[in-house]
Every structure is written in structure tokens, then in C-alpha cells.
Write a protein that binds this ligand. Sequence first.
Ligand SMILES: [Zn+2]
Length: 48
Amino acid sequence: MIEELSCTCGGCDRELREESLRLTYRTESGERRAYECVCGTVTITVAR
Ligand SMILES: [Zn+2]
């Protein structure tokens, strides 16, 4: 099983950590988290 907290960058496959978390917001389909990687790619994850 893959933990929902372990996600990787969409640009460079680096692991995204809490210090890369820039934004958290909720939608009807769940919580969204926006991570900004050191490479500059922003990756959005969905957690229910
Ligand atoms: Zn990256």
C-alpha cells in the first residue's frame, strides 16, 4: 500500500515533503495539497 502522504514531483520524481507544501484547500471531492518542488514544478495531490 502506498501512503497518501508519499507523493512525488510530476516534473522530476523527487519525493515531496511537508516543507514543499505551499497550499492546502478543500473541495467537495476532498482535500487538495499543492506542493512546489525545488525544480519549480507545482504538483497537486488529493487526499480524502
Ligand atoms: Zn521536481
